[in-house]
Design a protein around this ligand. Structure first.
Ligand code: AMP
Length: 405
């Protein structure tokens, strides 16, 4: 199947060509016809599956016709980074129809966003808090919205945006199309979807599909030797474009400084940084100025950088869900990637959650030639290669539930 089977407007087809998409991804194949029909939809899919184009291409088809001076499309996203990414994708895909997209999010000055809205927007890509703020300032009229997209709905709820979302819903016309995307569908998210969608079509992409080629490895190590093992991995098997996760903002900064001192081109991304600093780190990682991005879970949400070769869990995450999200940053859309987890003796339970997420046991690895200093770690075994990075699909175990069972 290729994009021509959707009969897109020629100026949208040229946008698809310009960004270089040849074949639709599974979510695009299923979602595009539903959205084109005007139906409400629930898309159970992660970032990295091509879901942005899955909703935005049919939306652009709608925008190619009709009035130009109204906010007809509203996309809500949990983080500034995700809002910015959706905005950029909209501009690129919609360039030839002259789409006017405006991104609004906090952490930066309100004024340029208000003036951009005043100049006119067809599509607004927004984080909920700032959108309400601008609405209070009368900088935006939401009464003509035809399509609402809630992206990463589970994340938005996790981050406490539900009351804001409800406030925004009250400002929108009842007669509209609503598209609801979520990586997981725990009961509270199902309830939210049920309360705002009309006769929705549910589309769930094969959870294993986007991460088919992710392999998973554990490297047992003591806490005191973690940094040295990380260096040895980055100089050896984890050479490439690497995303490293730590547990805290402080550890993120400390590890980044350590890696920079060791001669690596590394940047940090964590929640205490300003929006400008975070964007700088992300842009630098995307452009290749940095080879390594060290991140906390929250800051890494929705990061869309192509060709991440390795995700290193310097600290193991506390939930199945977090592991799935972290490794979802690599092995995207038919590329291969490796997830490497450093695990200390106190991580026993966390290792079990990871194995649950992966769907099979993971044999521990030992890095040949590394001086373990007599630490008791098991011998080398090849990493598990699996298509199951997503098969522990958290919906099966509940969002954070596995830990407690
Ligand atoms: P998303 O899940 O929307 O964040 O998309 C993940 C990445 O896949 C982005 O870098 C997109 O540009 C890319 N992408 C989306 N659709 C396609 C496609 N049909 N072919 C190739 N790459 C795609």
């Amino acid at each position: 199947m290729d994009f021509s089977s959707f009969a897109f407007h020629p100026r949208i087809a040229s946008g698809i060509k310009a960004v270089g998409y040849v074949r639709p991804t599974p979510i695009q194949e299923q979602a595009i016809p539903v959205v084109l029909e005007g139906r409400d939809m629930i898309g159970v899919a992660q970032t990295g599956t091509g879901k942005t184009a899955a909703f935005m291409l049919p939306i652009l088809q709608r925008l190619a016709e009709g009035r130009k001076d109204l906010v007809r499309v509203l996309v809500l996203a949990p983080t500034r980074e995700l809002a910015e990414q959706i905005h950029q994708a909209t501009r690129l895909l919609g360039k030839d129809i002259g789409v006017r997209s405006v991104a609004v999010y906090g952490g930066v000055s309100k004024r340029p966003q208000a003036s951009a809205l005043r100049r006119g927007a067809d599509a607004v890509i927004a984080c909920p808090g700032r959108l309400l703020d601008l609405h209070r300032d009368r900088a935006i009229d939401l009464s003509r919205v035809e399509v609402l997209v809630l992206d990463e709905a589970d994340r938005m709820c996790d981050m406490g945006f539900l009351p804001d979302i409800r406030r925004i819903l009250a400002l929108l016309p009842k007669d509209r199309q609503t598209l609801f995307f979520s990586a997981t569908m725990p009961p509270e998210i199902r309830r939210l979807a049920g309360s705002i969608l009309r006769d929705p079509v549910t589309i769930e992409v094969d959870p294993g599909a986007p991460a088919k080629t992710v392999s998973h490895a554990f490297y047992p190590i003591t806490e005191g030797r973690k940094r040295d093992l990380l260096l040895a991995l980055l100089r050896g098997p984890a050479r490439g474009r690497v995303l490293v996760f730590t547990r805290t903002k402080h550890r993120t900064q400390a590890l980044t400084s350590f890696l920079a001192r060791a001669g690596f081109r590394a940047a940090a991304i964590e929640g205490n940084m300003t929006q400008r600093e975070r964007q700088g780190a992300l842009d630098g990682f995307r452009s290749g100025r940095y080879d390594i991005l060290v991140a906390t879970d929250v800051a890494a949400r929705g990061i869309d950088v192509e060709d991440i070769s390795h995700v290193v869990n310097y600290d193991l995450p506390d939930t199945v869900d977090a592991y799935t999200h972290r490794v979802g940053r690599t092995g995207r859309i038919s590329k291969s990637g490796q997830a490497i987890s450093l695990s200390t003796p106190t991580d026993k339970l966390r290792r079990k959650w990871v194995e649950k997420a992966v769907g099979k046991p993971i044999e521990p690895c030992r890095l040949p030639g590394f001086d373990y200093g007599g630490a008791a770690v098991p011998v080398l075994a090849p990493p598990v290669r699996t298509g199951a990075a997503y098969t522990g699909s958290t919906s099966r175990y509940g969002r954070r539930g596995y830990r407690r069972r």
